[in-house]
Structures are given as structure tokens and as C-alpha cells.
Design a protein around this ligand. Structure first.
Ligand code: EPZ
Length: 429
């Protein structure tokens, strides 16, 4: 397994190009199952999770063509997906277990084929992460669902029928699955207490280009008038707001200055307000944003994660690393996942002073962190450890960086260009 070695203490200076969003790209790829025509996605990031979903889609008979970069040079790749014929409506455990987002094929397969079998994803490092909300909502649209031998077996032989779905809890994935299913259901569907993340807006925009009729985008109630068929379209994936927030914190934790080219700060207002309160200066331009410290020091502030437009759970680990080096104390509360503090014992190894009490972590900032070997447990925890390593005195080795490769495109290269002393140590195979 590859590792990342960092010698900390160098301020970062330069430009980072923000990639297309992983969490927007995944549902967009699944949406290709809804039409026999070609969906052309541009600004797609090069990531392990994208490759995993591509393999799931191939299993269903989707033809995929990667065509290099789009004209205009956003840097992301162009992927054409054509689901002319679905040859297999079963998503196997071997692929689904690698990435929970594979469950996003359930809604589109069921809507297009009238049946689908998708392996239950199982838990992961950050929590149990059930899919009950996806299943109950699809049942409301008339699907018959059974769990057998670890698989979700869903059928709707006469097609799905529009209905009102009231989500008891906000779920990004369930909202996406239902949005795609409802696009081909008969009649009107209303999704109440829907997630409002920008990735949902991006999916809705793409589905609309494909011929879907969706209103209420950006609010917590989405109304979809089902259509008999959808057609091909071209769509550019939105910039990755979590990558943006991560590099903004990389600039701050090293007391450097980074220009984040292509960043869309409008998708990250709550996080940027908090980061500004913590001592970051964020200057917007027509190219993106430039981030540095506003007056030399970082201040401890309290943050609670929340569904959009709140502070994103996907920036919590990175924020905790930042607070570990700030003046004063900070309370970080995680409300989305029950086990998303796996980075804390690793930050302890680097000298951080953090106490956990249930879903809250009290971080008492230290003048210095000290480099140490640490273990990445999930994608965002890995990013938090890389940030801590960039600020720490001496050498940090982050083990299990395959987690990082799932969601950050060429992270060590982007950081090295800006002056970080960072390298990937490849496993001897
Ligand atoms: C999406 O996961 C993201 N993944 C996650 O990003 C992100 O952390 C999460 O949303 C929250 O913002 C993708 O977009 C691919 P949820 P998702 O359904 O859709 C519970 C990253 O690092 N729940 O909004 O799986 C669930 O357990 C990843 O990039 C149910 O109880 O998240 C959690 O506590 C990690 N039943 C909460 O709801 C369900 O049926 C929110 O989960 C579904 C969810």
C-alpha cells in the first residue's frame, strides 16, 4: 500500500486547480442508465471512486468512452456513457462493497427496467450507513422490495408511480436515487425534506437537460413530473467544494497563500464564514478564490456539521486539524455520522490536544504539532492528516493513502507544486 511522506513546516504558495466534484460526478454517471442515448460528462475528476462506478456500470451493459480533455481545457476528462441496452440489472457485492455510492444505480435501473438487484453496501469506517430511506421512498413509488442473501431485490413490473415522499431524515444519496427514479415514473412525485446539497442541484440540472421536468431545485421540496423517456445530453460537472475547502485550510494551516482556480465559493458559504471567523482571508475573483491568514494567527471557534447549507461533514476532519494549531479552544460537533472521529487518535500521535465526548470533540490548540507515522481510516480523515502533516515539525508518514486516492485528484502533486515537501512512497510490488 502506498504511503505519503511529508516534511512539514513549509508555507504553501501558488495555484491549485480545483477538480470536478466526485460526489456530483457519481450520481451523474448513474443517471446514464436512464436513457439509451449517450450522456457526455465533462470536467470529470480522475479518481478511484469514478473508476469503481465505471466498472459497476459496465456490468449493467453501459459502454464508456474516455475522450481526454474537453475543449477549453478545464483539465478534467470527458466521459461518454451509453446505456443502449441494459444487459444485467444486478450490481454485485464485489463492486458495491468497494464504494457505497454504487447503490445509486438502484433508482435508475428500477425506473428503466422495472427490476434491479443491488448488493447491500454494508457499513464503513464512518458509521453504519443504512439505505433504509432509499428503500422506503422507492416503495412509496410502488416498488416491491425484498432483502435476500445480502441483496436488495426491487421490482416494479408496471413501472413506478409518482407519489409524495416525506424523508424522515435528510439524505443526499436517497434524494439522488429518488430524483432519478421519479424522472421516469408515471405522474408527479414530490420529495419533501430533500437534501439541498449543490451536487443535487447539479444532478437536477443534468436530468433537466435529458428531458426531465423538475422544480424546487435548491429548496427542500423537489417536484418531478415523470416523463416516458429521457434523452442524451452534455453536462459539465461542478467544481469540488470539499476539495476547495481542503486546500483553503491547507493555505491557512501552513500560513501560506493559495489561489484556488475554478473554485465556486457560492457552494461553500457556511464553511467559508466559519473559516473567516477562524482567521482566514478569502478573496474572490473571476478565476476563483485566494486564501491566506488574515492577521497571522488562527483562532479556535466552534463548528457543528449539518446538511447543506450547514458546515459539511466532509470538511470536519480537515477543520479539526486546523483547530489543533489555532489559538484557544474549539468545539467540533459531528451530527451526520456516528463514528467520524477516527482521525482523532491519529492526531493525538502528532501531539494534538483533543478530547471526545460523544459526538463532540474539544480541541485545545497547540503552538506546534509534531510529525509521526499515522494511519488513514477514510477519505476525509486522510486529508485531515495530510493537513496536520503539512503544519507539523518533522516527518509525517500517512499510511493507507488509497483512501485519499478515492477522492482527491493528484493531491501530493498539487501540494508539491505549491512548495510542500511531500512525496508518495510506492509499495514495492
Ligand atoms: C453523501 O453520502 C456523500 N457521498 C458523503 O461523502 C457525505 O459525507 C454525505 O453525503 C453527507 O453529506 C456521496 O455523495 C457519494 P447521506 P450519503 O445519505 O448520500 C443516514 C465523502 O467523504 N442515512 O446524506 O451516503 C446516514 O447513515 C463522502 O466524500 C440513513 O439512516 O449520505 C447518515 O448518518 C463520505 N438511512 C445520514 O443519514 C439511509 O437510507 C446522512 O447520509 C441513508 C442515510
Amino acid at each position: 500500500m502506498d504511503r505519503i511522506r511529508i516534511r512539514g513546516g513549509r508555507p504553501l504558495h501558488g495555484q491549485v486547480r480545483i477538480s470536478g466534484s466526485k460526489n456530483a460526478a457519481l450520481p451523474l454517471m448513474a443517471a446514464a442508465l436512464l436513457t439509451e442515448e449517450t450522456l457526455r460528462l465533462t470536467n470529470l475528476p480522475h479518481l478511484a471512486d469514478i473508476a469503481t462506478l465505471a466498472n459497476v456500470l459496465r456490468q449493467h451493459g453501459v459502454e464508456l468512452r474516455i475522450n481526454g480533455e474537453a475543449e477549453g481545457g478545464s483539465g478534467g476528462s470527458v466521459l461518454e456513457l451509453t446505456a443502449a441496452r441494459i444487459i444485467n440489472a444486478r450490481a454485485e457485492y464485489e463492486l458495491v462493497r468497494k464504494m457505497r455510492a454504487s447503490v445509486l444505480v438502484l433508482g435508475p435501473l428500477l425506473a428503466r427496467q422495472g427490476y434491479a438487484e443491488v448488493s447491500l453496501p454494508g457499513g464503513c469506517a464512518i458509521g453504519t450507513r443504512p439505505v433504509d430511506l432509499h428503500l422506503k421512498a422507492l416503495e412509496t413509488l410502488g416498488a416491491r422490495i425484498e432483502l435476500e442473501e445480502g441483496y436488495i431485490k426491487a421490482e416494479a413490473p408496471n413501472g413506478l408511480k409518482g407519489a409524495e415522499v416525506v424523508f424522515p431524515k435528510v439524505s443526499v444519496g436517497a434524494t439522488e436515487n429518488l430524483l432519478m427514479a421519479a424522472a421516469l415514473a408515471a405522474g408527479e412525485t414530490r420529495l419533501v425534506n430533500a437534501a439541498r446539497e449543490p451536487e443535487i442541484g447539479d444532478l437536477a440540472a443534468c436530468l433537466t437537460k435529458m428531458g426531465a421536468a423538475i422544480t424546487g431545485v435548491g429548496t427542500d421540496t423537489l417536484t418531478i413530473q415523470g416523463v416516458a423517456r429521457l434523452h442524451g445530453a452534455e453536462h459539465a460537472v461542478i467544481p469540488d467544494r470539499i476539495e476547495t475547502g481542503t486546500y483553503a485550510m491547507a493555505a491557512a494551516i501552513t500560513d501560506g497563500e493559495l489561489e484556488l482556480v475554478g473554485a465556486d465559493v457560492g457552494q461553500l458559504r457556511a464553511a467559508m464564514e466559519k473559516l473567516t471567523e477562524a482567521g482566514l482571508r478569502v478573496v474572490e475573483s473571476n478565476r476563483g478564490i485566494t486564501v491566506s491568514r488574515s492577521n497571522g494567527r488562527l483562532r479556535g471557534i466552534d463548528v457543528s456539521t449539518d446538511p447543506y447549507p450547514g458546515f459539511p461533514t466532509d470538511l470536519q476532519a480537515q477543520f479539526m486539524a486546523l483547530m489543533a494549531t489555532a489559538d484557544g479552544a474549539s468545539m467540533v460537533t459531528e451530527t451526520i455520522f456516528e463514528n467520524r472521529f477516527m482521525h482523532v487518535p491519529e492526531l493525538h500521535r502528532m501531539g494534538a490536544n483533543i478530547t471526545i465526548d460523544g459526538s463532540t470533540a474539544l480541541v485545545r490548540g497547540r503552538e506546534r504539532l509534531v510529525g509521526a507515522p499515522v494511519m488513514a481510516s477514510d477519505l476525509r480523515a486522510s486529508a485531515g492528516l495530510v493537513l496536520a502533516g503539512l503544519a507539523a515539525e518533522g516527518e509525517t508518514v500517512v499510511n493507507r493513502v488509497y483512501h485519499l486516492d478515492r477522492g482527491y485528484e493528484h493531491m501530493e502533486e498539487k501540494l508539491a507544486v505549491c512548495g510542500a515537501d511531500i512525496e508518495r512512497v510506492r509499495e514495492n510490488r
